[in-house]
Design a protein around this ligand. Structure first.
Ligand code: NAD
Ligand code: UFG
Length: 345
């Protein structure tokens, strides 16, 4: 059985779907601070399988101890956390508490229970504003905001934890930790039943585009067209969430059979840079729906361009992205069109 913290969220629901389809038993721990239990109903509908759900907080050591004692958990995927860059500048302590402290408590409880296989949701944000692209895992990390720093601090803590194995005298089960650095997750499950359901005004490009397309918002602001990129708009490495979810299952398998030990940072991206206007055009052309936009000022804190070198994921996990940009825009639109109000529908 796999414990999935934050399993009711955007990436969590897609990963639970892949886990169940791959034959794993799944226990979701979620406090629904940014999600709905209805999302898990949809996962069960897609997979025709059931998962165990516990409503609770990933920072609660007593609850974690109970779960590890009562269920045959072999590994943990830790999604629970906050993810909005701007908000992390306004309420940094809440971000350190939820992102860093939750992982500290979780790792302590795992260690106590003798469970040493962990997949952690890191982020390309740890690289900051890169001097060179594509980004390899060996390149310097220098996050530009509190959110990114919480992710880097967790990575460093988990690297220290894995390194402590070499000094252990009592020969415990060695740690195997995958620090998955996601680039920009977009898209939705092909069924149109699960997808990204942001609360309030979306911060990210794809949910904003889909909400404009469905008529919930008038137009998209394109944040800057004077960057040093082919069309002047920001370039990112967008990755289909189902590919991302597959990456988690493949990482988990390598951890469970001890092919990965220690703590390994691994990029999950496609290696392709896509501009804001590329994305808008692809969305419009593939879905035959208009996305009115205007060029606006640059958004504070944005960088011009970054994308992954995903070769380590291929070498270590045998993983590479399979979905195209056209899949991403088509699947995002199907989800939004079928669920204009997200899970509230
Ligand atoms: P999400 O907000 O949709 O999912 C997070 C889930 O965790 C939600 O269901 C929320 O209710 C739950 N949660 C939050 N704090 C909790 C706590 N203390 N205890 C229990 N449950 C808690 O976000 P997502 O997009 O699915 O992201 C998942 C993870 O991936 C996060 O850690 C995020 O930082 C990381 N990440 C996301 C992106 C992205 O662009 N979506 C990119 C890089 C990394
Ligand atoms: N953009 C717009 N208009 C919008 C929203 C975004 O033009 O309304 C542009 C941005 O300026 C940027 C690109 O679209 O050039 C992508 O922006 P997003 O907000 O979608 O994504 P970011 O690259 O800023 O960051 C996202 C998540 C982070 C995560 C990171 C991983 O917000 O949490 O990807 O690379 F860590």
């Amino acid at each position: 059985m796999i414990l999935v913290t934050g399993g009711a969220g955007y990436i969590g629901t897609h990963t639970c779907t892949e886990l169940l389809n791959s034959g794993y038993d799944v226990l979701v721990l979620d406090n629904y601070s940014n999600s709905s239990p209805l999302a898990l109903d949809r996962v069960e509908r897609i997979t025709q399988k059931t998962l165990i759900r516990i409503e609770g907080d990933a920072r609660d050591p007593d609850l974690l101890d109970q779960l590890f004692a009562n269920y045959p958990i072999k590994a943990v995927i830790h999604f629970a956390g906050f993810k909005a860059v701007g908000e992390s500048c306004q309420i940094p302590l809440a971000y350190y508490h939820n992102n860093f402290y939750s992982t500290l408590v979780l790792s302590q409880c795992m260690q106590k229970a003798g469970i040493t296989k962990l997949v952690f949701s890191s982020s390309a944000t740890v690289y900051g504003d890169p001097e060179v692209v594509p980004l390899t895992e060996a390149m310097p990390t220098n996050p530009a905001n509190p959110y990114g720093r919480t992710k880097l601090m967790v990575e460093q803590m988990l690297q220290d934890l894995a390194a402590s194995d070499a000094l252990a005298t009592d020969n415990p089960q060695p740690w195997g930790i995958a620090l998955l650095r996601y680039f920009n997750p977009v898209g939705a499950h092909q069924s149109g039943l699960i997808g990204e359901d942001p609360s309030g005004i979306p911060n990210n490009l794809m949910p904003f585009i889909t909400q404009v397309a469905v008529g919930k918002r008038d137009q998209l602001d394109v944040f800057g067209d004077d960057y040093d990129t082919p069309d002047g708009t920001g370039v990112r490495d967008y990755i289909h969430v189902v590919d991302l979810a597959r990456g988690h299952v493949m990482a988990l398998e390598r951890l469970l059979d001890d092919q990965i030990t220690g703590a390994e940072a691994i990029n999950l991206g496609t290696g392709l840079g896509v501009s804001v206007l590329d994305m808008v055009n692809s969305f419009t052309n593939n879905n035959s729906v208009a996305v009115p936009y205007q060029i606006a000022d640059r958004r504070a804190g944005d960088v011009a361009s970054y994308y992954a070198d995903p070769s380590k994921a291929f070498d270590m996990l045998g993983w590479s992205a399979e979905h195209t940009l056209s899949d991403m825009v088509t699947d995002s639109w199907r989800w939004q069109k079928n669920n204009p109000e997200g899970y509230a529908d």
